[in-house]
Design a protein around this ligand. Structure first.
Ligand code: XUL
Length: 528
């Protein structure tokens, strides 16, 4: 019976999941929290501590060690690894890994090596990888805009305005601040293509949907864009791998992985976590909308049209099933939810259930802007939540009111800033580890005025990776069939909107937009 392995490398953990396309079931899973790992530099939730709050780098060897540990744990779970017939993966988008010329010649991964990191360590031309959380590249973005003749020109080509957390700005900063290390860099990978390369033991190409999040690819020609490359860094073209279609088999699993009981199976190109979730939730056809509540919150859908947001918030990526994928990323997602839990010593259960029982929709007029760290949508660099409401609330003492204010704000900002998708939202599919919360799902249903559905499995990125592996090696496993097998909603957990609450939020969203304008100085309601 054919089994397909999908791996997802997210900000705080790496997970694996095996799909059986005959029994239509998940037959094995494994997880590694980066905080469990010994070895990598001291990291906070996968991020290296820095004095500059805008700098968010990770140790690439942490991901490398996580891959070894993850496969070991999957094998230790007793699952028969030999039954796996293909493998693919996904990773946090936008982050970059810098490697020396040795990475380009085959032979660096030895079958009998002690560990993957022993082989990779000597080839890192930069010890740290900037991640999607990094926002230290404002100046680099403006320089790229200027070189192209305006931010709209960058957007027309790449689907996004020059964006702080994207690969181009990260590379430009590195090339300018560390020219010698840049000169020693022979190849620059995304996190996804780097991890995929470890599986084959060769430097693989970059998958097109994840390449779309770099500000370097031209979405019309589906190839690197000469002007964007020129604006980013000297001699960058020769440092970039080729771009490959999403279902491309990039190679065969290296014999190093025999130690985990895996045979010489096809490795399918890895993509970004969000494009992978688009597949893993079964929302690859226009009409279905996904809210992914992970480290960040993301709102995305499939689209047949090339659309971008004139006000610059939001991105157009590619859909692994073909055409496009508009997306907005809200950085404060679980960072803000976790902050409130820690600050008020609330368990997730108290956050999720008690807080919503103790308060009412609309929160008696108490609203908040949810910026506990700098925000991507809308762009806010000044950190610190902003409140409007009664004095008890302002003094930051009423935990239940704060929880509701945060969750209502997160849902309203999502609604406000995704209107540029220009599609009517009929249902929301909510996924990611935050999707377990009935309270959060009810607020989303009421703010959007539509039903919220959840799937049986909320690790949709790893599931999407396994589905992509299956589709690539057996085209008879069409997207439609795979969706039917693995993405049926769990109807017992569907949350329907409450009419009275929908009316409350229709009013409240205007007040929220006003409060937001008082901070950003921009009236996003006009052009969103
Ligand atoms: C999307 C984004 C994040 C990362 C991390 O643009 O930056 O969702 O992919 O998950």
């Amino acid at each position: 019976m054919p089994k397909f392995l999908g791996i997802d490398c997210c900000t705080q953990r790496m997970s694996a999941l095996v799909l059986d396309t005959d029994s239509r079931q998940i037959v094995a899973t494994a997880n590694v929290e980066y905080s469990d790992l010994r070895g990598p530099k001291e990291s906070q939730d996968g991020i290296i501590p820095s004095d500059n709050a805008l700098v968010k780098h990770s140790d690439p060897l942490m991901w490398v060690d996580a891959l070894d540990t993850l496969l070991g744990r999957l094998q230790d779970s007793g699952f028969r690894m030999r039954e796996i017939v293909a493998i693919s993966g996904s990773a946090q988008q936008h982050g970059t890994v810098y490697l020396s010329k040795q990475f380009l010649s085959p032979g660096w991964l030895k079958q009998d090596a002690e560990s993957l990191s022993d082989c990779v360590r000597p080839m890192l031309s930069r010890q740290e990888s900037p991640t999607w959380m990094d926002s230290s590249t404002f100046d680099e973005c403006r320089a790229i805009d200027e070189a192209l003749g305006g931010e709209e020109k960058v957007r027309e080509k790449s689907g996004s305005s020059a964006t702080e957390r994207f690969a181009a700005a990260q590379i430009r900063q590195f090339a300018h601040t560390a020219p010698e290390q840049y000169a020693d860099t022979a190849v620059i990978h995304l996190v996804s293509s780097f991890l995929c390369s470890l599986l084959t033991g060769t430097s693989t190409s970059i998958e097109c949907c994840d390449a779309a999040g770099m500000n370097l690819m031209n979405l019309q020609i589906l190839d690197w864009d000469a002007d964007l490359i020129q604006a980013t860094a000297p001699e960058l073209q020769k440092r970039l791998p080729e771009i490959t279609p999403s279902s491309h088999k990039v190679g065969t699993l290296h014999p190093y992985f025999q130690r985990y009981g895996l045979g010489p199976i096809p490795v399918v190109a890895w993509t970004g976590d969000n494009p992978s979730s688009l597949i893993g939730t079964g929302c690859w056809k226009p009409g279905a909308f996904v809210v992914s509540l992970g480290t960040s919150d993301n709102f995305f859908t499939a689209s047949d049209k090339f659309i971008t947001n004139p006000n610059g918030n939001g991105h157009l990526f590619l859909n692994p099933a073909g055409r496009y994928m508009p997306l907005n990323c809200f950085k404060n997602g679980s960072c803000a939810r976790d902050f409130i839990c820690r600050n008020f010593k609330l368990s997730w259960h108290e956050f999720d259930r008690d807080a919503f029982e103790l308060t009412t929709p609309g929160n008696n007029g108490n609203i908040m802007l949810p910026y506990f760290t700098d925000e991507i949508t809308p762009q806010v660099m000044n950190v610190g939540p902003v409140y409007e409401g009664n004095s008890l609330f302002k003094s930051f003492k009423d935990a239940a009111a704060i929880v509701r204010a945060l969750v209502e704000a997160q849902a309203m900002t999502m609604r406000l800033h995704t209107r540029w998708f220009n599609q009517k939202v009929k249902t929301l599919i909510v996924t990611g580890f935050g999707s377990d919360s009935a309270g959060v799902c009810q607020v989303l249903a009421d703010v959007f005025g539509v039903s919220v559905e959840r799937l049986l499995n909320n690790d949709s990125a790893a599931q999407g990776a396994a589905m992509r592996a299956a589709h690539a090696v057996n085209p008879e496993l069409s997207w439609g069939r795979l969706t039917k097998f693995f993405c049926e909603p769990d109807t017992r957990r569907t949350v329907n909107p409450v009419k009275q609450n929908v009316e409350i939020y229709k009013e409240l969203i205007h007040k929220y937009a006003e409060l937001e304008k008082s901070i950003t100085g921009v009236d996003y309601t006009e052009d969103d």
